[in-house]
Write a protein that binds this ligand. Structure first.
Ligand code: ZN
Length: 150
């Protein structure tokens, strides 16, 4: 599972809850290091990616859960992901994009962020390349969204 896969898994499950409840959800995506033993005196590890149990926020705004005892557990934060809740009249365009606060957070941490939108898109912003990318457009979406063709 790559960081993109972990974000997709979070988005498929939590965008539905986010739209139903009208609240934002957020998580932290981490890398897990697993020691598999030595071969010819060389330590071997493998790495997989997963996400913390997501936190529910307000209608607008959410703080991701933190990675406790990261070093001891051999975990490293690699990205954040959040949802934008349900369709809000007059905010259609805004809720489909990262907010300036979302982008600032990514630049401050130097790590990518993922966003699941009310229209069912998963988008990614990587502050290292400054690129925004649409990864998916078939997540659970808000049926009331006027831009969404039935
Ligand atoms: Zn946001």
């Amino acid at each position: 599972m790559s960081p993109d896969d972990a974000a997709e898994d979070f988005a498929r499950i939590y965008n539905k809850h986010s739209i139903e409840q009208g609240r934002e959800f957020a998580t932290t995506i981490y890398e897990q290091k697993v020691y598999v033993g030595k071969k010819f005196g060389i330590k071997r590890n493998y790495y997989y990616y997963s996400y913390l149990s997501p936190k529910r926020g307000r209608a607008k705004g959410v703080t991701p859960p933190r990675l406790w005892f990261a070093k001891w557990r051999k975990r490293r934060r690699v990205a954040d992901a959040h949802t934008h809740g349900r369709y809000r009249e007059g905010f259609e365009g805004e809720d489909e994009l990262f907010t300036t606060q979302d982008l600032r957070g990514a630049r401050d941490s130097g790590q990518p962020i993922y966003l699941a939108t009310p229209m069912g898109k998963l988008i990614k912003y990587d502050p290292r390349t400054r690129e925004k990318e649409e990864l998916l457009d078939d997540l659970p979406y808000d049926q009331k969204h006027p831009w969404k063709k039935k």
